[in-house]
Design a protein around this ligand. Sequence first.
Ligand SMILES: [Zn+2]
Ligand SMILES: [Zn+2]
Length: 252
Amino acid sequence: MVVRFWGVRGSLAAPGSDTLRTGGNTACVEARCGGETVIFDLGTGLRPLGIALMRKGPVRASLFLSHYHWDHIAGLPFFAPAYDPNSELVIHGATRRGRDVRQILSGQMVDPYFPVDLGVLNARLRFVTLQDGGLAHLGGAVVRAAELNHPGGALGFRLELVELAAGADLMVFDAQYTPAEYRGNGVISKQGWGHSTYEVGAQIAKRAGVKKLALYHHAPERDDRGIEKLAALAKRLHPGAFAAREGLEIKL
Ligand SMILES: [Zn+2]
Ligand SMILES: [Zn+2]
């Protein structure tokens, strides 16, 4: 299995000279295994991923939405394979407040937010509802969904190769805040905003016997040096910890 990070930023894209090494695109992770292309979250990193996929011919992919905040959906209207009639895309997401994944995604492609609606996407699109505890079977792989703690709800996903069902080799974890920022830093507490810290990530990784811990969903205002500092602190708590950056590929 190969995992590649196409967008590692949380909340808002953060381009600029201070974020060149880590990257400025929002949440998007690609996993390739057993001939399957699996995409987790459709943030702005989805656009360059789409271009790369199109170069290899007709695109067949399974897409999973953790939730529908902007930084996780904004890439879909700019995902080239979605406009190609030869593409086959299966988009999985939870029903929230009575609206299913298709209805919710349609909602970001309406006037005056966007010039064209979901109907212009020419790909063969299939929408699949995935809730807490749900499973999606993709050829030789399975994706498991579990409800997380995030405003409005969000799913966490586990991708398993059926024949290899080993312990998790890699956990991709929202570590947007430092522990001090999370507590409030004397200003405003970030508790309840839906993001976590490297400290919590390391604790969970240790308890779960996770081998590699990718810190992900970086704060838009955190520059490369800040992210490298966080990664070094996390490494002290869990030797497998590192900061995800755009373009990083991990073979498992
Ligand atoms: Zn987010
Ligand atoms: Zn969110």
